[in-house]
Design a protein around this ligand. Structure first.
Ligand SMILES: O=P(O)(O)OC[C@H]1O[C@H](OP(=O)(O)OP(=O)(O)O)[C@H](O)[C@@H]1O
Ligand SMILES: O=c1cc[nH]c(=O)[nH]1
Ligand SMILES: [Mg+2]
Length: 209
């Protein structure tokens, strides 16, 4: 079964509080999402493999460590996932980025896929699917199925805020996928919004309604 990690670092929790607040405007919201994405990437990359490297310090020859060059792919779910990409790229600048365009039908809550463009070697990459919100789980579930259908084998999911319903769906449908969250909230309301949540992530990032 996939693991669920709630990254409760104080800096992440502090910034999430301001992301949630309805007093926070578009500019600050974007900046905070970018910062939290970077902090989450720091935690998510904790287990990246290292290899030995011989170097010369000004004093002696020494055995040191460098990243072993594992190939990584970031897969933001459009639109809202875009708000987290730059933050993650600050720590993993060589990652390739694929895009999955999905919106959730407001009546049925079913995901509708409208775009997909992926690196050609996704089967060799460790993929991180990125979306601020995991609500019913329909969008992330659909995106992960799309990636697997195209050969992806190694997938993790990273979200700012999740509802228990979304976590359950991913655990059931994709027991191989680890889930990294900034917070696990209480529930969904009748419109499928996460409670307490942050409202509509895409609208708050891009200033639409
Ligand atoms: O878990 P679910 O119930 O599927 O809901 C979560 C999805 O809803 C939001 O996207 P939205 O449909 O608002 O599209 P947008 O990013 O273009 O605003 C969010 O960014 C997720 O992709
Ligand atoms: O709370 C929610 C649920 C789905 N999508 C969002 O942007 N917010
Ligand atoms: Mg939206």
């Amino acid at each position: 079964m996939g693991n669920v990690f709630v990254l409760d670092h104080p800096l992440i929790q502090h910034k999430l509080t301001y992301i949630r607040s309805k007093e926070t405007g578009t500019k600050e919201f974007r900046e905070l999402v970018d910062e939290v994405a970077m902090l989450m990437a720091f935690e998510i990359t904790r287990n990246l493999p290292l290899q030995d490297k011989t170097i010369h310090t000004p004093v002696v020859e020494a055995q040191a460590k460098v990243l072993s060059g594992k190939k990584i792919g970031l897969i933001p779910i459009l639109r809202a996932g875009l708000g987290m990409v730059d933050g993650v790229l600050k720590l993993i600048p060589a990652a390739k980025v694929g895009h999955v365009g999905l919106y959730r039908d407001p009546e049925t809550f079913q995901p509708v896929e409208y775009y997909i463009k992926l690196p050609s070697d996704i089967n060799e990459r460790e993929l991180i699917v990125i979306d601020p919100m995991l609500a019913t789980g329909g969008s992330a579930n659909d995106a992960i199925h799309s990636l697997k259908k195209r050969g992806a084998e190694n997938i993790r999911l990273m979200c700012l805020i999740a509802a228990p319903e979304g976590v359950e769906m991913i655990k059931e449908e994709h027991p191989d996928v680890d889930i990294y969250l900034g917070a696990l909230d209480e529930k969904l309301d009748e419109k499928g919004y996460i409670v307490p949540g942050l409202g509509d992530a895409g609208d708050r990032l891009f200033g639409t309604k």
